[in-house]
Design a protein around this ligand. Structure first.
Ligand code: PLP
Ligand code: NAG
Ligand code: NAG
Ligand code: NAG
Length: 417
């Protein structure tokens, strides 16, 4: 029988969007490992340290899940915005640092921070709209924007100004179709922490342009330098803010998939402009985190002892120090700014000093192959000829990995420069 031409095909836009994920790039590097290398693989490309024994979550968090399950109170479907005790616990948690009071109604629970990103972008999208994203940044934003045909414009984070936002660049990029700008603080990939003063300027700029700020604070309070963490919501009366967060990074449980969107907006502008309604409309047709995880949130937040955070932050500080001190000893690569928060450092490659390395992707491919070490090419986060190194891993592995990076750079240095 003569077959009719099929009327369907895969969605090409989605293929374009998912081409730029960190997972995809790391999978490509893994494909280039040398299987005969007897040394253990050192993974410094990931963003999930929970597999390392030193980065185990708090006992209180595990107990909270067990308690939620044993109560049999969380076996049902949940309200689409999330269960009230969890929303209240998150509001109270954020209220400790805000000059006004959030209510539980300002909090929407999501499947990790990733879904918070997806919902925020979808809620703001309209034909012709554009959004301003940081470069370097976190490619999930680009991927979701592409899947929604939301135009992306990039502003720079300035390496010689502690990775601060190029505010003049923002004003030049924005037009009447710009809906929002995204900041990630503490930063991924740069490990920077924005000062109060800089965040105030970000708020003033956004207000002037009439755009809202999406503040990705998934690394909130994971800071270990001289700049304290300040939530963007502090400036919520200057400019409306959508605060995105999760327990994933701070409690080291990304697999539990519990995040949130919070309308940190005391003037109710997000309500007036219909953004709140869009968020609930999307939630009405979306998935939400498992009810027992939601039920555990109040105990996770209340019962986790300060020692747990102090220990994790101490390990991150030590790891960041080791990382930057070792990089300083390596010719060909340099660290523009020592990280003050988060889990990553961005390192600059000096390719003119190196023999046989074309660019950052080539550097990472050859490093994987010759040294069994994975680091993320800057191209994956919008920063060509840089690499992102994760220092959140077992210290012995980190040291081993850095020693191998040093050997690799020495081997590839140009003899006659
Ligand atoms: C890890 C990460 C996320 C995603 O968080 P999940 O809770 O794991 O979905 C979002 N934004 C940034 C900047 C991240 O590093
Ligand atoms: C949100 O806006 C609606 C109408 O625009 C108004 O009726 C309602 O009171 C507002 N809610 C809050 C919490 O401000
Ligand atoms: C979401 O669904 C509920 C019913 O489950 C409905 O009452 C509400 O109006 C819906 N909200 C939006 C914004 O569509
Ligand atoms: C690379 O190193 C060379 C030699 O040390 C130096 O002259 C040059 O400025 C460096 N380039 C960059 C981009 O850092």
């Amino acid at each position: 029988m003569e077959s009719k031409r099929w009327c369907f095909q895969g969605n090409q836009d989605l293929q374009k969007a998912s081409a730029i994920t960190i997972g995809g790039v790391l999978a490509m590097l893994r494909g280039n490992l040398n299987k005969d290398d007897p040394r253990p693989l050192i993974p410094l490309g990931h963003g999930d340290p929970s597999c390392f024994p030193s980065f185990r979550t708090a006992a209180a968090a595990v107990d909270a899940i067990v308690t939620a399950l044993q109560s049999h109170e969380y076996n049902s479907y949940a309200p689409i915005v999330g269960v009230l005790p969890a929303r209240r616990a998150i509001a109270d948690h954020l209220n400790r640092e805000l000059p006004y009071k959030l209510s539980p109604d300002d909090v929407y629970l999501t499947v990790g921070c990733r879904q918070a990103i997806e919902i925020s972008l979808a809620a703001l999208n309209r034909p012709g709209a554009n959004i301003l994203l940081p470069r370097p940044g976190f490619p999930t934003y680009e991927a979701y924007a592409a899947s929604k045909n939301l135009e992306v414009r990039h502003f720079d984070l300035l390496p010689d100004k502690d990775w601060e936002v190029d505010l003049d660049g923002i004003e030049a990029l924005a037009d009447e179709n710009t809906v929002a700008m995204v900041i990630i603080n503490p930063g991924n990939p740069c490990g920077n922490v924005f000062s109060y003063h800089h965040l105030k300027k970000v708020a003033d700029t956004a207000r002037k342009l009439g755009i809202l700020v999406i503040a990705d604070e998934v690394y909130d309070h994971l800071t270990f330098g001289s700049t304290p963490f300040v939530p963007m919501g502090v400036f919520g009366s200057i400019v409306p803010v959508l605060t995105l967060g999760a327990i994933s990074k701070r409690w080291l449980v990304p697999g539990w998939r519990l995040g949130w969107i919070v309308t940190t907006d005391p003037n109710g502008i997000l309500n007036q402009t219909g953004v709140v309604k869009s968020i609930t409309s999307i939630l009405n047709i979306s998935q939400y985190p498992a009810t027992f995880i939601q039920g555990a949130v109040p105990r996770i937040i209340e019962n986790t002892k300060e020692d747990f955070f102090t220990k994790i932050i101490g390990m991150l500080r030590e790891a960041a120090d080791i990382c930057c001190n070792t990089i300083d000893e390596i010719p060909c690569i340099s660290c523009p700014k020592k990280p003050e928060g988060g889990m990553f450092v961005v390192v600059k490659l000096n390719l003119t000093m190196m023999e046989g390395i074309n660019d950052d992707v080539d550097f990472c491919m050859k490093l994987a192959n010759e040294e069994n070490v994975l680091v993320l090419p800057g191209a994956a986060v919008g920063m060509k000829n840089y690499v992102r190194i994760t220092f959140a891993c077992e210290l012995s592995s980190l040291e081993d990995g850095l020693t191998r990076i040093k050997a690799f750079c020495k081997r590839h240095i140009k003899i006659n420069q």
